[in-house]
Design a binder for this molecule. Structure first.
Ligand SMILES: [Zn+2]
Length: 131
């Protein structure tokens, strides 16, 4: 039977949402303490009893999180040019951030099944990937 395990990450970053309506507060430059949750689904190994070592998830995901931590996310997209699905970072909604993490983590994390972005303590986006 498959089990989904989650590891959480935090990063601080600034962004603005250029496609929101004129005068909307989210068009202004502002920051968040973002929380990323990464879900990996698989059958627990019969010997270890684990789907994957949580420490291994941390090792693989942390460098991707570091790409955004303490940056203006829109600028990271500009800096990357056309690499690593950078267009998603130029309009960094929670939805686009979840998609960006999914694109950049899928080869690093076989079994990646869910990406959650918490923009605030009351607002989050859940991206469910095909198993
Ligand atoms: Zn925001």
């Amino acid at each position: 039977m498959n089990v989904e395990i989650f590891r959480s990450f935090h990063f601080e970053a600034a962004h603005y949402l250029p496609h929101f309506p004129e005068g909307h507060k989210c068009r202004r430059l502002h920051g968040h303490s973002f929380r990323l949750e990464v879900g990996v689904t698989g059958k627990p190994d019969p010997y270890s009893g684990a789907v994957m070592d949580f420490g291994e998830i941390k090792k693989r995901v942390a460098p991707v999180v570091e790409m955004l931590d303490h940056f203006l996310i829109n600028d990271v997209g500009d800096r990357l040019g056309n690499a690593k699905h950078a267009q998603l970072l130029r309009n960094p909604t929670s939805e686009n951030l979840a998609l960006w993490f999914a694109h950049n983590l899928k080869t690093l994390l076989p079994g990646l099944s869910t990406v959650v972005i918490h923009e605030t303590c009351t607002s989050k986006c859940v991206l469910k990937l095909q198993p």
